[in-house]
Design a protein around this ligand. Structure first.
Ligand SMILES: *[C@@H]1O[C@H](CO)[C@@H](O)[C@H](O)[C@H]1NC(C)=O
Ligand SMILES: *[C@@H]1O[C@H](CO)[C@@H](O)[C@H](O)[C@H]1NC(C)=O
Ligand SMILES: *[C@@H]1O[C@H](CO)[C@@H](O)[C@H](O)[C@H]1NC(C)=O
Ligand SMILES: *[C@@H]1O[C@H](CO)[C@@H](O)[C@H](O)[C@H]1NC(C)=O
Ligand SMILES: *[C@@H]1O[C@H](CO)[C@@H](O)[C@H](O)[C@H]1NC(C)=O
Ligand SMILES: *[C@@H]1O[C@H](CO)[C@@H](O)[C@H](O)[C@H]1NC(C)=O
Ligand SMILES: *[C@@H]1O[C@H](CO)[C@@H](O)[C@H](O)[C@H]1NC(C)=O
Ligand SMILES: *[C@@H]1O[C@H](CO)[C@@H](O)[C@H](O)[C@H]1NC(C)=O
Ligand SMILES: *[C@@H]1O[C@H](CO)[C@@H](O)[C@H](O)[C@H]1NC(C)=O
Ligand SMILES: *[C@@H]1O[C@H](CO)[C@@H](O)[C@H](O)[C@H]1NC(C)=O
Ligand SMILES: *[C@@H]1O[C@H](CO)[C@@H](O)[C@H](O)[C@H]1NC(C)=O
Ligand SMILES: *[C@@H]1O[C@H](CO)[C@@H](O)[C@H](O)[C@H]1NC(C)=O
Length: 650
């Protein structure tokens, strides 16, 4: 006898024990799954789970995506992200799996077909996930019979206009009335416009156990009804991009377990209850793009949990309290375009987790903190304020920094030579201040710098000489009367060229740019929806960038082993200075993806690039906007040549 057979015989009792514990697949269940696999159209070179379904190898309880009960009934089926396009209708064998408790068909492409009504027949179903699966049309009323449901996810990343899922008949009220056990309701981008003002009541009267309510961009209108106060268990509420047109009620301050509140672009009115900001468990607060929402920042609790504070484009006013230093987990502060004023508190420099701070276009005054403990800081934008004093020397210790914008303030003194240590720096804008002295020669070692603006200061002397510095255009240095040397036409008096001995040589091969376009596939629409990042075709898409696209790109980047630095929310350039895509802006190795915001009659061009040699993706902070006509002419010349080729590169 062969030794290995011996070995197996010896272990047979153990195998039997194992099998009985995990449950051996019942043969009827197995044949249903095999039939299902045969019915489904999927791309077998991309799918990972279905291709493993082989009755000759193991029994079905061990197949990827299949979960069994101890008696061998299939109770869980996860066929998410399997490139399925066709194969489930009301006569599908899938509906033979009557013990299913969890069904996940997310991230497939059912080609805008209707959700089969027999999904409503899974009497034991607790978890139904059809997110981003490309279903469209009215959500069948039969689904509302799923009275055991705990989590329902019918959301999608994007709105498909008239082809989005909708809840009209039944409407939201009828649809949810039997979901008494529901803990999570995700209907982002489902059209619920038929439920005008009473959506709050509909939800609060049925869903007493709700923990997650995610209804972004559902075309809801009408207020945050007082009855929502009954949803005391809420952990997350996301209602961005609906037309609420009402104030945020005070009772949210009583939701002690609330961790996420996202009400961006909801046309909120009145004054935001600032006690919400003091909730001990709140991690993410996003109220951006509510122009008519006023409020102020209260004292923050000791050991508060806040991680992201996003209040840009609101009417919040007043200062940032010193107690912001209590928020040890704070990693993202976005307060741009608002009415904030007063000094930036020193305590900010104690926030070790801080990675991103944008306070631009407010009326902050006084000196800036050194940020010396913020070792993770990658993005600092303090532009367009009334800040003064010197740029702190300690800024040179922020080794992770890749965007620094302090333009349009009243900074004085010299540019600290320590900034030559900011080896990751990608974009440096110190324009329109009162900076004096020479440009420190150390800056010549910033080999990753791709945007530099030192214009409109009182700098003097010779522009440092490096491979990098002479590639910037005149514009980078204009408005400094006493600056001389290339690329300016003004020659320097004398010829004592500064020594370069402390400057590391520029190594083209090692540090040179290797930009490539980022192309990402969205789960939905595997073929057609291979899109470029950023995927911001609409105002909606732009707003959701932080939420969704980042995740998407991060996923892609992780797959490619690349670090991704997320971008900021784009604002239209309110500036009167006209920025243009200059044809000589190194157009051979960059970047552009043109994206239209047609509602405004203006186009914005976003620039996302991927540096393969550095394994990092960067969204260019410089977003430029154009009149329609201008862009149409530039994009037609760039998109054809540039957009086509990178497809082949990846
Ligand atoms: C399956 O995916 C691969 C890899 O993307 C592709 O080359 C192939 O054409 C796809 N097959 C079908 C039938 O779509
Ligand atoms: C989806 O499947 C593709 C391969 O088909 C894989 O590259 C990707 O990582 C998967 N996405 C997720 C979110 O699992
Ligand atoms: C299973 O085995 C049978 C007989 O050996 C073979 O005909 C069949 O193709 C196999 N099925 C799969 C999916 O490999
Ligand atoms: C369901 O799809 C199968 C093929 O996949 C087709 O033969 C059948 O007619 C369809 N049934 C209905 C009710 O559409
Ligand atoms: C998707 O649906 C359209 C019409 O609704 C049809 O023409 C097309 O062939 C379908 N695509 C696939 C992959 O089934
Ligand atoms: C639904 O499935 C997708 C893909 O597996 C997953 O990303 C998402 O988090 C799931 N939704 C819920 C509510 O768990
Ligand atoms: C809710 O459940 C009740 C009792 O089981 C049933 O009569 C009613 O039709 C259900 N409503 C919906 C919308 O399914
Ligand atoms: C908040 O969470 C705690 C711990 O999970 C729980 O005991 C408590 O009931 C929750 N509060 C509400 C109002 O749901
Ligand atoms: C918060 O809850 C307390 C006690 O339950 C109650 O007295 C108070 O009125 C509530 N506040 C709001 C704004 O609802
Ligand atoms: C920073 O934290 C330390 C220790 O917690 C504290 O002593 C110091 O006062 C803080 N600095 C500022 C500026 O808040
Ligand atoms: C910086 O961020 C990383 C990951 O985001 C984290 O692990 C690390 O603790 C942070 N560093 C500091 C000093 O907080
Ligand atoms: C900014 O604040 C200063 C002093 O507090 C004030 O004089 C000035 O008018 C403010 N500017 C704007 C634009 O609000």
């Amino acid at each position: 006898m062969k030794p290995h057979l011996f070995f197996h015989i010896f272990f047979i009792p153990f195998y039997l024990i194992l099998l009985s514990v995990s449950g051996q697949c019942q043969s009827d269940q197995q044949s249903v799954l095999i039939q299902l696999k045969n019915d489904l159209h999927f791309n077998s070179s991309l799918a990972t789970k279905l291709v493993s379904w082989n009755p000759n190898v193991t029994d079905c309880c061990n197949w990827l995506g299949v979960t069994c009960s101890t008696t061998g009934q299939v109770i869980g089926l996860d066929l998410s992200n399997e490139t399925i396009s066709v194969g489930i209708n009301d006569s599908s064998v899938l509906f033979g799996l009557q013990s299913l408790e969890s069904l996940n068909l997310a991230a497939n492409n059912f080609n805008f077909s209707q959700i089969p009504s027999r999904f409503g027949s899974f009497a034991s179903l607790k978890n139904l996930n059809l997110s981003n699966s490309g279903f469209s049309g009215q959500i069948p009323g039969e689904l509302s019979q799923l009275s055991s449901l705990e989590v329902l996810d019918l959301s999608s990343l994007f709105s498909f206009g008239t082809r989005s899922l909708g809840l009209e008949n039944p409407n939201l009220a009828t649809f949810v009335q039997n979901f008494t056990k529901l803990r999570g309701l995700y209907l982002d981008n489902v059209n619920i416009s038929s439920q005008r003002f009473d959506w709050g009541q509909s939800l609060s009267s049925s869903l007493r156990n709700l923990e997650v309510l995610s209804l972004s961009n559902c075309q809801l209108s009408g207020p945050l009804d007082n009855s929502l106060e009954n949803l005391r268990s809420l952990l997350e509420i996301r209602l961005a991009l609906n037309n609420i047109s009402a104030p945020v009620p005070d009772f949210f301050a009583n939701f002690t377990n609330l961790t996420v509140m996202k009400l961006g672009s909801c046309n909120l009115l009145g004054t935001f209850p600032n006690k919400v900001l003091q909730l001990q468990n709140l991690q993410i607060l996003d109220l951006a793009l509510n122009k008519n929402l006023s409020g102020s920042l209260p004292d923050f609790p000791v050991n508060g949990s806040l991680q992201s504070l996003m209040l840009s484009h609101t009417n919040f006013s007043g200062g940032i309290p010193e107690s912001i230093g209590n928020l040890k987990n704070l990693s993202r502060i976005e307060l741009f375009v608002g009415n904030f004023s007063g000094p930036i508190p020193k305590s900010i420099q104690n926030l070790t987790q801080l990675g991103y701070i944008d306070l631009s276009s407010n009326n902050f005054t006084g000196q800036i903190p050194s940020f010396q403990m913020c070792k993770n800081l990658t993005h600092v934008d303090l532009s367009r304020n009334s800040l003064s004093g010197e740029i702190p020397r300690a800024i040179g210790q922020l080794k992770a920094l890749y965007v620094l914008n302090v333009s349009r303030n009243a900074f004085t003194g010299t540019i600290p030579p320590s900034m030559g240590n900011l080896s990751q720096l990608e974009s440096l804008d110190m324009s329109s201040n009162k900076l004096t002295g020479e440009i420190p020669y150390t800056l010549a070692s910033l080999t990753f710098l791709s945007t530099l603006n030192l214009s409109n200061n009182q700098l003097k002397g010779r522009i440092p000489i490096s491979n990098q510095f002479q590639t910037f255009e005149n514009d980078s240095y204009l408005g400094n009367k006493e600056l001389c040397g290339l690329p300016l036409t003004r020659n320097c008096p004398g010829s004592n060229i500064p020594t370069t001995e402390n400057v590391p040589p520029f190594q083209e091969s090692k540090n040179g740019y290797d930009w490539q376009f980022i192309f990402t596939g969205v789960g939905f629409g595997s073929g057609a929806a291979i899109v470029t990042a950023p995927i911001m075709l609409t105002k909606t898409g732009r707003y959701l960038w932080n939420d969704y696209t980042n995740k998407l790109v991060i996923t892609i980047c992780l797959v490619l082993g690349i670090r991704y630095a997320p971008c900021r929310l784009f604002e239209e350039d309110e500036d009167d200075e006209k920025e243009t895509v200059s044809s000589d802006e190194n157009s051979d190795d960059s970047e552009f993806e043109s994206v239209a915001d047609q509602s405004k009659g203006r186009y914005c061009v976003y620039c996302t690039k991927l540096d393969f040699s550095r394994k990092q993706a960067i969204h260019d902070a410089k977003c430029t906007c154009f009149d329609q006509t201008k862009l149409l002419s530039t994009s037609s010349s760039t998109s054809s040549s540039e957009a086509a080729s990178p497809f082949t590169k990846l």
